[in-house]
Every structure is written in structure tokens, then in C-alpha cells.
Design a protein around this ligand. Structure first.
Ligand code: SF4
Length: 229
């Protein structure tokens, strides 16, 4: 009986509308976006339909384990912090992610959801802040951007460009201008680690007087590029 209790949950052990496949749940310092620096519980859901060239979370493409929404909520509560980030992979690839966001928001957490920008963000719980990627040419997934999502970004949300070099930077500047993005939402520019020198990006932003927020991944400065951090 003891071993039965330790058995990992199988997909069919949990009702379809109550389960999510989870790669990891962990406590760290939020390393990017507007809530950078806050102690945050990260819920990393498994799976992603994209393959960005510079992806640093490929270990979340597959594997993980099934958990009920209640188990996830309990695990989040154990850490005792206010900020929760739902990430992946692409968390919205699992429809129950929306239910989890609503249930965590109901409990009063400050929620952010990190999404690739290629799946529909309409109808997400408005209490969650959306941090949405705009995929650049350097990612190899530029063609997947869902432009209709731009109409759902609010001034409290964030549109994030991860830039691999000057060509991505020029493309992002043109995209921001074309879609008047800085008047719709907060725009973040972040360098791909090891490909674009952060100082170069900072200099370009200053030279062009861009109204965008320079980002660097704080958690990688603290712990390096490791899972669970
Ligand atoms: S969307 Fe995110 S998780 Fe998916 S491949 Fe791109 S960087 Fe990786």
C-alpha cells in the first residue's frame, strides 16, 4: 500500500479537466520581465509546439508528470510567496492552463503567464499579467507569430523580443513602429545569451532613444543556465 501511494500519477488517474503535465515547480528569483527580482514560484508546464533556435528550456518539450490542479495549487502554497509565474515550454498548449491561472488568481497571487505569442491569448483571466514573446527572425519561428494577439495586450502586459543580433534588433524596431506597440503595452528587448553582447543592445537602445525596457536574465547571472532556477 505504501508503494501504491508513491506511484507517480498516470494520465487517467486524474479527470481530464483537472490535470496538467508539469515539468517542474520551483522557487526562484524572477529573472526577467517587469516583476524581475521578486521571489516567485515557477510552474513550468510540459510541451511546446515551437523550436526556437536558442531555446534554453528544451528539457520541457517532453517528459514531466501529470498533476491535478489541486496538487499544483497546494505545491505553490507550500512556498509561501505572492508571485507565481506560469511558464514552459508553451503553457497555453495545455487548455487547463487557463483554469489553473484563474484558480491561482482567485487565491490572490500575483500571476504572470509567459507565452510564445503563437497561441491565442484572448480570454485569459484578466488578473494575470501576460508576458508575450514576439518571435524574431533569429529564433527561426518568426512565421508563427499570431498577430491577432496584439489586440489583446493591455498596458499592464508585456511584449518581449529576444534578439540574436543587429538584424533582429532592426526587425524588432520596425515591428514596434509598425504596430505602435509602445502605446499598447510594455515592450521588452532582451539579448540571446552568448550571441548578442548585452552592452551592445543597451547602446543601441540608448542611441535610438527607444521607449523599450532593456532586459538581462538575472537568474542566469546568479545561478547560470540550470534547470529549476
Ligand atoms: S517558445 Fe519558448 S519553450 Fe518553446 S521553443 Fe521557443 S523558447 Fe523554447
Amino acid at each position: 500500500m505504501g508503494s501504491d501511494r508513491a506511484r507517480p500519477l498516470q494520465r487517467d488517474d486524474i479527470a481530464p479537466d483537472e490535470r496538467l503535465r508539469v515539468t517542474e515547480i520551483f522557487l526562484s528569483i524572477q529573472g526577467e520581465a517587469a516583476s524581475v527580482g521578486w521571489p516567485t514560484v515557477f510552474v513550468r508546464l510540459t510541451g511546446c509546439p515551437l523550436r526556437c533556435r536558442w531555446c534554453d528550456t528544451a528539457y520541457a518539450f517532453r517528459g514531466g508528470g501529470w498533476q491535478s490542479l489541486e496538487q499544483i495549487e497546494d505545491k505553490v502554497a507550500e512556498y509561501g510567496v505572492r508571485h507565481v509565474c506560469i511558464t514552459g515550454g508553451e503553457p497555453l498548449a495545455q487548455p487547463n492552463c487557463r483554469v489553473l491561472i484563474a484558480r491561482l488568481a482567485e487565491r490572490g497571487y500575483n500571476i504572470s503567464i509567459e507565452t510564445s505569442g503563437t497561441l491565442d491569448i484572448a480570454g485569459l483571466d484578466p488578473r494575470a499579467v501576460v508576458v508575450m514573446d514576439i518571435k524574431t527572425p533569429g529564433s527561426g519561428e518568426q512565421g508563427r507569430n499570431r498577430l491577432a494577439n496584439l489586440d489583446h495586450l493591455r498596458v499592464t502586459d508585456q511584449a518581449k523580443f529576444v534578439l540574436a543580433g543587429r538584424a533582429d534588433y532592426d526587425w524588432a524596431c520596425a515591428f514596434v513602429r509598425e504596430h505602435d506597440l509602445t502605446s499598447r503595452t510594455n515592450v521588452l528587448f532582451s539579448p540571446v545569451a552568448g550571441e548578442l553582447e548585452p552592452r551592445d543592445l543597451a547602446e543601441w537602445i540608448l542611441a535610438d532613444r527607444l521607449s523599450v525596457c532593456f532586459q538581462i536574465q538575472l537568474h542566469k547571472s546568479l545561478w547560470g543556465n540550470v534547470a529549476g532556477r
